[in-house]
Ligand binder design. Structure first.
Ligand code: TXA
Ligand code: MG
Length: 346
């Protein structure tokens, strides 16, 4: 198939109306959200949803998020709306927060991979909202990358992975948050299955204590069942080795300098994903300053884009760990997975 591309600004009405018809007709549309680009299909049409798994090469057991254009749309998708969900929706929707609760009868099993719960979010991006409205149905959408690769934060990233595999791409420019939404289950005690732009600290201000699933910062142990099936699959891997140094920023810089020299002496091409704080630490080395350690959201915004930029171009990508607080938790979750948990602390 030929993939048609529309500019979401200059071809606003045409693009979203056409794409809405494509969704209703069972096709696939990639669209911008504030987090990453999504690959959407009609969330109430099992056959259309199955095409998403095919286009991405996504494991069948990994459920999808339904995207809605207004809060009240959730009523039809969950068995009921728990109180804490109402409060969180009022505080953070539209925005990068996905909520999981017991599903209603109208959800096709292709969306939930056979689970009895369904994940729902209302994105903030105008183009995403306009598309959902034009389609007139909830849109099931994972990130619009080939499974395992870094999520796309520009239309160019989507095209690189999905050209010829999907019907339409709506190009809305770069995504502002840069990592996928926070995934919070409200079945039982509220628990973060995937950290994102809405932080544990922010959630706790609204509903009190929130747990963080242990799989967020370490690999699953043998025999352990993934609370979020997506967590057990290989993720965010660029075509290069990724190494994460942790500790104080001075310690990090000294570990990276040492390891860079060793790798370079072995003939490996290297890049450092540095920060404002370590800007002057890497004399004569290839370094790309991607953000500020004190503002981890700036690192989140650039991470996937940087991983794609150097994928296949270098042999080793050195990255700096940050404290796992605020958006630092989301940054470390993605970085650790991209590195296959390759961490150096001395
Ligand atoms: O920001 C985002 O969330 C983006 C944009 C496009 O909205 N979407 C996204 O979708 O990241 P995806 O499919 O790449 O990630 C969804 C995550 C997966 O880890 C999946 O396992 C988990 O949410 N998930 C979905 N439904 C679930 C459920 N019912 N129970 C547990 N985990 C679920
Ligand atoms: Mg994904």
């Amino acid at each position: 198939m030929t993939t048609e591309i529309f500019n979401a600004k200059t071809q606003k009405e045409n693009g979203t109306n056409y794409a809405g018809r494509v969704i209703r007709a069972g096709g696939l549309v990639a669209f911008p959200t504030e987090t990453v680009y999504g690959l959407g299909a009609n969330g109430l049409d099992g056959e259309a949803v199955a095409k998403i798994f095919e286009a991405k090469g996504r494991p069948q057991d990994n459920p999808l998020i339904l995207h809605v254009a207004k809060k009240s749309d959730v009523k039809a998708l969950w068995r009921h709306i728990p109180d804490n969900a109402k409060r969180l929706m009022d505080a953070f929707w539209p925005g990068p927060l996905t909520l999981i609760f017991v599903k209603s009868d109208i959800i096709p099993e292709e969306v939930t991979a056979g689970l009895d719960t369904v994940a729902v979010r209302m994105p903030e991006h105008k183009t995403a909202l306009a598309l959902i409205r034009a389609a007139g149905v909830p849109i099931a959408a994972p990130s619009a990358n080939i499974s395992g690769r870094p999520s796309p934060t520009t239309a160019e990233h989507v095209l690189a992975d999905m050209d010829g595999r999907i019907d339409v791409i709506l190009d809305g420019g770069p995504c502002s948050v840069g990592v996928e939404s926070t995934v919070l289950t409200l079945v039982g005690k509220p628990r973060i299955l995937r950290p994102g732009g809405i932080t544990k600290e922010m959630l706790e201000q609204i509903i009190g204590e929130v747990e963080v699933d242990p799989s967020v910062l370490r690999p699953l142990r043998e025999g352990e069942v993934a609370a979020s099936p997506g967590m057990k699959h290989k993720h965010y891997a660029p075509d290069a080795e990724v190494v994460v140094a942790v500790g104080s920023w001075r310690r990090i810089a000294s570990i990276i300098c040492r390891e860079y020299e060793i790798a370079e002496a072995m003939g490996k091409r290297c890049i450092i994903l540095g920060t404002e704080q370590t800007r002057t630490c890497y004399h004569g080395m290839n370094c790309d300053i991607i953000g500020n350690r004190d503002l981890p959201q700036t690192l989140c915004a650039e991470l996937f884009s940087a991983l794609r930029r150097y994928s296949g171009k270098v042999d080793v990508i050195f990255a700096e760990g940050v404290p796992e607080t605020d958006q630092g938790l989301a940054y470390m979750n993605r970085l650790l997975r991209a590195s296959g948990f390759t961490v150096l602390d001395k």
